[in-house]
Write a protein that binds this ligand. Structure first.
Ligand SMILES: [Zn+2]
Length: 275
């Protein structure tokens, strides 16, 4: 069984076939999916939880859990009401993580200082609710600016909680991977690991310890190599897992079992996490 540790199941791109899409994931061996609750901004961050509740318990479907969080570029909307909503979502048993939150200095959007403040306020809420965090970090090309700021914030505001988290859709170098592991984070690889030009990322992945990795789709984005450019879906996490298994010189069964164990350990779930 595989776990897709990051998928935007609430995307409107699944409006017409969400149940069938989840059924295909189950058929492909995906036992659980973490549905990311950021929506198009805080007004929509409850929608991933709604999808969990809609589908959990139905036969032939992966088990779904959810996150809630305010994405870096919508942190300008992180007012007291939005943060109160986040807090109440994190109190729900299905909402096992706060995210994706972090810093994005690549795209033009919320000013960097607003992003940092929004991140720190969410860290405080996640810590009080004892929820691990899902980090989105994207520096300006050719720099590590967002990573440098991120590690400074996490060392001050998150490391003391001991709760850990996930570096989602990891795309940085070994230095950032090593620092993430040192902070007690798991490093999650997405479909971009399979792209022809991603050899530097594959070189980083090949150095990872088996107990420090996850796989994800980031669906509907980042479809893996054979289907690049198409709408992605959780069933296709299999391709990324195959590539990661090859890099770590383990079998596909071993990568599935390791990533499932890592996920269950981080989120303190019963090891039999899939349905
Ligand atoms: Zn995402």
């Amino acid at each position: 069984m595989l776990i897709d540790s990051h998928a935007h199941l609430d995307s409107e791109r699944y409006a017409d076939d969400r149940a069938a899409m989840l059924g295909r994931a189950w058929e492909a061996g995906v036992g659980a999916v973490l549905a990311i609750g950021i929506g198009e901004g805080p007004a929509y961050m409850h929608e991933a939880l709604g999808i969990c509740r809609q589908f959990n318990g139905q036969p032939g479907m992966p088990r779904l859990c959810a996150s809630a969080g305010i994405y870096p570029h919508t942190t300008a909307e992180a007012d007291d009401a939005a943060l109160a909503k986040l807090d109440s979502l994190l109190a729900e048993p299905e909402v096992i993580a706060c995210g994706e939150i972090g810093l994005d200095y690549y795209h033009v959007g919320a000013p960097h200082a607003i992003q940092r403040t929004g991140l720190i306020r969410q860290l405080e809420i996640a810590a009080a609710r004892k929820r691990p965090i899902l980090i989105h970090c994207r520096p300006k090309d050719g720099t590590s600016d967002a990573w440098d700021d991120l590690f400074e914030i996490l060392e001050d505001h998150w490391l003391p909680t001991g709760l850990g988290g996930v570096m989602h859709c990891f795309g940085a170098g070994w230095e950032q991977a090593r620092r993430s592991l040192d902070l007690g984070f798991l490093v999650s690889f997405a479909g971009n690991l399979t792209y022809p030009k991603a050899q530097p990322l594959r070189d980083v992945a090949a150095r990872m310890p088996l107990d420090g990795v996850l796989v994800e789709t980031d669906a509907p984005w980042l479809a893996p190599a054979p289907r690049r450019g198409q709408r992605n879906e959780p069933a296709w996490v299999v391709q990324t897992a195959q590539v990661l298994a090859g890099l770590l010189a383990v079998t596909e069964e071993e990568i599935a079992s390791a990533t499932t164990k890592n996920f269950a350990r981080l989120f303190r779930l019963h090891p039999d996490v899939g349905n």
